[in-house]
Design a protein around this ligand. Structure first.
Ligand code: BGC
Ligand code: BGC
Length: 459
């Protein structure tokens, strides 16, 4: 049998990482908390979207999910067994501000207060993300992220949270994957809020980034000078099919790189948007969307850039010039191993991505954190494929470190099997298997592997 890139291997021993390298795991509020209507929480766009017929496979919803809202102490105990240095979770905006703005729900804040205290007592650094896609429905009713006002509401929400948790939380993440929220939520409509606007969704990028910049200022003001602020961007190295590549393919790949990666990283790190002429945006103000001084708000210095990596993107020129997009997403010609989600396993894409960031941004690139990386694999406790995936990707991070990229931490996605958005409970990304009928948690082989890896890296 021949081996293919991404095949499970026996990845230990790995190179030694810096002694202060942070080992973590990530989750998100709507994917694990459940308690969708408890303690005064307002509805989010995901509570609404899951009720739309056909939106989520088999009509699954996050109403109960992993019941983490009630079982958080058990989950923190699992993290402690893993030996995590840090835990990335997200805060549900409508749990804290049921209408998105105005009245604060103290019981919502109390939950995150208890979670932060439990983490600190277990020696785990709380690393909250303020927005992981669950916008308050009341703000969606006012236009969601198509409305500039939502950015200001996000800044106000950041201040409310930082005033409550800023005495104990040192490291913050503003947004999760503004690219995926824009494209899946507003472009294609496969995620909440379920709008299918294609390129008319692009203002969602700017308003999220403006909200990010306003939140950076709010966090620094409320959480003090020691607060570290990051954003978590989904980045994907863009590849051509070598059997195809024409000049038109190269232009398409460049256009895709602009939309997926540079549209979000450039303004944050350089204070400028990339050339968007492939998307018909030739006016620097995008027809009144980008206003004077917005870019200086967006480019406020960051303490780190979070990167969520799953796989590269293969691009060709659009087969149908009337498709409305200047690229087609295609499949690699190479037979990579595939996860249960059918995503190709391409660890060297992560090294390529990190080296590419360093090459593009140079000294403007802050320290990098891998804020998500992981895979869906079939249910079951013997997840050798996940062990292979993690080992190979952590090895890819080690390679980038060896080549001079300043990477400070790695958070795997995910601690628990959870509500995988449009796929419902069908995709299992957890180091811990969750039986959704009983809420029983059972660590998988990958849990033991990650625990041993973390222990082996401690001085
Ligand atoms: C892509 C991944 C991406 C994910 C977002 C998938 O289709 O292949 O790269 O992270 O969507 O949920
Ligand atoms: C998201 C997660 C999601 C994961 C796997 C990322 O795009 O941030 O919420 O579960 O990919 O699809």
């Amino acid at each position: 049998m021949t081996t293919r890139p991404g095949d499970p291997t026996t990845p230990l021993p790995l190179p030694r990482f810096p002694a202060d390298f942070v080992w973590g795991a990530s989750t998100a509020a709507y994917q694990i908390e459940g308690a969708a209507e408890e303690d005064g929480k307002g509805p989010s766009i995901w509570d609404t979207f899951v009720g739309r017929p056909g939106a989520v496979r088999d009509g699954h919803t996050g109403a109960v999910a992993c019941a983490h809202y009630h079982r958080y102490a058990e989950d923190v105990a699992l993290m402690r067994r893993l030996g995590l240095d840090a835990y990335r979770f997200s805060i549900s905006w409508p749990r804290v501000l049921p209408s998105g703005a105005g009245r604060v729900e103290q019981r919502g804040l109390d939950f995150y207060d208890r979670l932060v205290d439990a983490l600190l007592a277990a020696g785990i650094e709380p690393t909250p993300t303020l927005f992981h896609w669950d916008l308050p429905q009341a703000l969606e009713d006012e236009g969601g992220w198509l409305a500039r006002d939502t950015a200001y509401r996000f800044g106000e929400y950041a201040a409310v949270v930082a005033e409550r948790l800023g005495d104990r939380v040192r490291r913050w993440i503003t947004l999760n994957e503004p690219f995926v929220h824009m494209s899946f939520g507003y472009g294609y409509g496969v995620h909440a809020p379920g709008r299918a606007m294609l390129l008319d969704a692009v203002p969602v990028a700017h308003h999220q980034l403006l909200g990010h910049g306003l939140a950076v200022a709010a966090l620094r003001a409320a959480a003090g000078p020691d607060a570290q602020v990051l954003i978590a961007n989904n980045c994907s190295p863009v590849r051509l099919r070598s059997d195809a590549a024409s000049e038109a393919d190269r232009l398409a790949a460049d256009a895709y790189d602009t939309l997926h990666n540079r549209l979000f990283n450039d303004p944050l790190l350089t204070g400028r948007y990339p050339d968007l002429s492939a998307y018909g945006l030739t006016d620097p103000g995008w027809g009144g969307i980008v206003r004077d001084d917005d870019l200086s708000v967006i480019a406020a210095p960051l303490d780190g850039l979070g990167i969520n990596y799953y796989n590269p993107s293969w691009i060709t020129a659009p087969a149908d010039p009337a498709s409305g997009l200047p690229f087609d997403l295609t499949e690699p010609e190479q037979a990579y191993r595939r996860t249960a989600f059918d995503w190709p396993v391409v660890p060297d894409g992560l090294t390529e991505l990190l080296l590419g960031l360093k090459a593009r941004y140079g000294t403007a690139l802050p320290p990098v954190w891998i804020t998500e990386n992981g895979c869906s694999e079939p249910a079951g406790l013997d997840d050798a494929a996940r062990v292979g995936y993690l080992g190979a990707h952590i090895g890819a991070v080690a390679e980038a470190l060896a080549q001079g990229v300043d990477v400070r931490g790695y958070f795997t996605w995910s601690l628990l099997d959870n509500f995988e958005w449009a796929e419902g409970y069908h995709q299992r990304f957890g180091l811990v298997e969750v039986d959704f009928a009983t809420q029983a948690r059972t660590p998988r082989a990958s849990f033991a592997w990650y625990r041993d890896l973390i222990a082996s890296q401690k001085p």
